[in-house]
Design a protein around this ligand. Structure first.
Ligand code: TXA
Ligand code: MG
Length: 321
């Protein structure tokens, strides 16, 4: 499909226009605090199907449903006590809960790809919240990038992958968190980590007082979590101490003098590194290709806090394709 993609401002008029496009079954990329999402009316089969077409997703992976608040979420899924505790502590915010779907949810079956659960989240970004309120319905939204590519953290990133394939993008500036939401499922009442993301595991464990199960053992899976993802053009070498001459350098902590390099956080701050990760991968990929370098060497990132999610994304970016 080829169409003209409108760039909407995040003012009242832009918000109203975005909501009316969603109502007409169009695709609108919207800013969230994690990454930009490619939104569609989650009750409309055709609109949801159009998401998969625009992203060129190979299979119908289930999508995250975005709602403006907890009460609205209760119209679509069943909350256990532990789920409610997590939702009330972290929503609005970068956490997605996979919960049993209500029978009369009215959601398109494509949203959960035939599963009897739904992944649901209340985003914190003021523009996302304004659009959800104005639209007054559930919005299905995966990250607004072509399948397998780096997730977008600015409206420009969205356009570089999807211009001409979606009705509009609402420009809400750069995403604060910069990594997708943490996805939590439940095995009976035990929280299970399905995808590390913007809320660190430790924060959830501190709230509940219980360890999160990170070894899913195939009991519950997040079907979209394929190994190769977030792929830049350059190949990535992980946990590199220093770059070789034929590599660009993605640093963390103390800077290294290297001609083609970016530092995720010179002070070694994991929150800053998460915010910069996707934008810097794109930029470094461009710089590497201009300098005729086929590889990016990435510095080691500590496995704590947001470091778990950053390492997860880097591993997928480095995976064989
Ligand atoms: O931060 C985010 O989560 C962003 C913003 C836009 O909200 N969205 C996002 O969506 O990352 P996406 O489609 O790229 O990732 C959603 C993933 C799926 O790939 C799948 O692994 C998981 O959520 N998922 C969705 N529904 C599920 C379900 N019913 N059971 C298990 N996993 C599910
Ligand atoms: Mg994605």
């Amino acid at each position: 499909m080829n169409t003209t993609t409108q760039i909407l401002l995040s003012d009242d008029e832009g918000v109203r226009h975005a909501a009316s496009l969603l109502r007409s079954g169009e695709l609108v990329a919207i800013p969230t605090e994690t990454v930009y999402g490619l939104g569609a009316n989650a009750r409309n089969d055709n609109a949801v199907a159009a998401i998969f077409a625009a992203k060129k997703r190979p299979q119908f992976n289930p999508l995250i449903v975005h709602v403006p608040d907890f009460d609205t979420a209760e119209q679509f899924v069943i909350f256990s006590e532990p789920a409610k505790q997590i939702a009330q502590a972290f929503w609005p915010g970068a956490i997605t809960l996979v919960l049993p779907k209500l029978n009369n949810s009215g959601l398109s079956d494509l949203v959960s790809a035939g599963l009897d659960t739904v992944a649901i989240r209340v985003p914190a970004h003021p523009v996302a919240r304004a659009i959800l309120k104005e639209f007054n319905g559930p919005v299905a939204a995966p990250s607004a990038n072509p399948s397998g590519k780096i997730s977008p953290t600015s409206a420009q990133h969205v356009l570089s992958g999807l211009n001409g394939h979606i009705a509009a993008v609402v420009d809400g500036g750069q995403c604060d968190v910069g990594l997708e939401s943490t996805i939590i499922g439940f095995n009976n009442d035990t929280p299970v980590m399905l995808r590390p993301g913007g809320i660190p595991q430790e924060a959830i464990e501190k709230l509940t007082g219980h360890a999160i199960d990170v070894s899913t053992n195939g009991k519950i899976t997040a079907p979209g979590q394929i190994a190769s993802h977030y792929a830049p053009n350059a190949l990535i070498r992980l946990n590199a101490e220093v770059p070789n001459n034929d590599e660009a350098w993605l640093g963390f902590g103390q800077s290294i003098n290297h001609p083609v390099s970016l530092n995720l956080s010179p002070s070694g701050n994991l929150v800053e590194a998460a915010t910069n990760l996707f934008a810097y991968l794109r930029e470094l990929d461009d710089e590497a290709s201009k300098a005729n370098l086929q590889k990016i060497a990435a510095a080691p990132i500590p496995m704590k806090g947001l470091g778990n999610a950053i390492n997860d994304r880097l591993r997928r970016a480095a995976a064989p394709r």
